[in-house]
Design a protein around this ligand. Structure first.
Ligand SMILES: Cc1ncc(COP(=O)(O)O)c(C=O)c1O
Length: 370
């Protein structure tokens, strides 16, 4: 059926129907050796097993993409796509306010491949246009960004990319396809750390790239050589999780806004970061997500986390359970102190991944800790 809503795509799209049993779920294809005399060459590292296909079809429907690939982690997806699309002697324009792991890859590894880059401060699209050089091939952004939830105008970035014949790529992990569809806004490549909202239960590690068929062909060529594919068992887990993606994210959007409203009334909170306060977010997002950050005035952030009884201090994000962490000491630890200071990632900053619990229970936990 055509024109299905995201909620319906989450449940139905991509299911690999098993005629033999008529089961409602995709079977798990565990083999790594398949007969080939019929002309079909199935192999896990060729990214062509039915369990990969099931998730790719679902994600492509949600992200308005023509094709996609699934990887063993978000970082495998990011690094494979970048190294597939840019070669030695070429240049990439990156947002400076990035997930710490991506920032670390850019600053510590790209040089080894002879790839040049510029890290742009702030979220003004004009600054990205100014950073373009004759050898620039790619603009890479992350919005809302980790951990300060900064928002960049995706339509403006897409227009700048197209005008300069570049590929544009976004890490759409924080928003999820339920809240933001960059391809609809003109962006070429969408990446997800599926470890987060797509997986949604803090029990898997996965990554995805979706784009046009033409761009995916290029990414595929490098992907089979790098071999970072996701295996069938993990694909099945991801397919199962994505059936409830829309439900979970809608609840997380609502809970996060209630928590932002509560934190706004507390004297101890000096700053709250959440996209709903940004007009650009209203233009390009249909919901503002389950991620928020805040700064404490006087309570030590480590001490504050220890006081929490329900909200669990943990790395990662996007699960059904509420978790909290100090980006200064975790995701952004590998970034130098001076750079963290410049980016505004302070010791007093906490990043909160809001779960699907009852919002009042979460508010009560925050209240007692404050
Ligand atoms: C925004 C964002 N992008 C990418 C990644 C990397 O994903 P993974 O840990 O699945 O490799 C993370 C991980 O925290 C992230 O938060």
């Amino acid at each position: 059926m055509k024109n299905l809503s995201p909620q319906t795509h989450c449940v139905h799209t991509g299911t690999q129907f098993d005629e033999q049993t008529q089961g409602v779920n995709s079977p798990i294809y565990t083999s790594s050796a398949y007969g080939y005399l019929n002309g079909v060459r199935l192999y896990p590292r060729y990214y062509n097993l039915p369990n990969q296909k099931a998730v790719v079809e679902k994600l492509c429907a949600l992200e308005y993409a023509e094709g996609g690939l699934l990887f063993a982690s978000g970082m495998a997806a990011i690094t494979t796509a970048i190294l597939a699309l840019v070669k030695k002697g070429e240049h990439i324009v990156f947002q400076n306010n990035l997930y710490g792991g991506t920032h670390y890859f850019v600053t510590s590894d790209l040089e080894k491949y002879g790839i040049e880059f510029t890290l742009v401060e702030g979220m003004n699209p004009e600054d990205y246009a100014k950073a373009i050089q004759a050898n620039t091939k790619l603009i890479y952004v992350e919005t809302p960004s980790n951990p300060l939830l900064k928002v960049i105008d995706l339509q403006a970035i897409a227009e700048i990319s197209k005008a300069n014949n570049l590929v544009s790529m976004i890490d759409n992990t924080f928003a999820s396809p339920i809240n933001q569809n960059p391809i609809k806004l003109g962006i070429d490549v969408v990446m997800h750390s599926a470890t987060k909202y797509l997986g949604g239960h803090s029990d898997m590690c996965a990554g995805a790239i979706v784009s046009s068929a033409k761009i995916m062909e290029k990414v595929y060529h490098t992907a089979i050589n790098f071999g970072g594919n996701m295996d069938s068992q993990a694909c099945y887990l991801l397919e199962r999780s994505m059936k409830t993606l829309a439900l979970r994210v809608e609840r997380q959007n609502q809970n996060a806004q209630k928590l932002v409203d509560f934190l706004g009334t507390q004297n101890e909170i000096s700053q709250i970061y959440y996209p709903s306060s940004d007009p650009i977010a209203h233009k390009q997002m249909s919901g503002f997500g389950g991620m928020l950050s805040f700064e404490l005035k006087t309570i030590d952030s480590q001490e504050f986390m220890k006081r929490l009884k329900l909200i669990f201090p943990a790395l990662s994000l996007g699960g059904v359970e509420s978790t909290i962490c100090s980006p200064y000491n975790t995701s952004h630890l590998k970034i130098s102190q001076a750079e963290r200071d410049r980016l505004g990632i302070k010791n007093s900053l906490l990043r909160f991944s809001v779960g699907i619990e009852d919002a009042n229970d979460l508010i009560n936990d925050l209240r007692q800790a404050l």
